[in-house]
Design a protein around this ligand. Structure first.
Ligand code: ZN
Length: 92
């Protein structure tokens, strides 16, 4: 069964693993990420893609292409930065 945004099981695992590492800070703004925040909190963790999987589809499931970002930073980056992963935490 695939998710509504087309994210694979591997992508979800990659995001979960990255979150578990609790890396700091946000790769986009340099501010601290609140790992205790609710999934819909703008300061909550999101798994962002260093290289857009839109432009680099082969990197979409590469854990090495992920980095910690705020939900708000990931969202403001738009679809090219992988909003598919950005919405994952909401489903936990
Ligand atoms: Zn940020």
């Amino acid at each position: 069964m695939s998710s509504r945004n087309g994210r694979s099981r591997r992508e979800r695992l990659n995001a979960d693993n990255l979150k578990a590492q609790r890396q700091q800070p946000c790769a986009r703004c340099g501010q601290r990420i609140d790992y205790e925040a609710a999934p819909d909190d703008p300061n909550a963790f999101n798994a962002g893609h260093k290289d857009s999987w839109i432009d680099h589809p082969h990197l979409r499931e590469d854990p090495g292409n992920l980095r910690p970002e705020h939900q708000r930073c990931n969202k403001s980056a738009g679809a090219s930065a992988g909003t598919g992963l950005g919405s994952t935490s909401r489903q936990w």
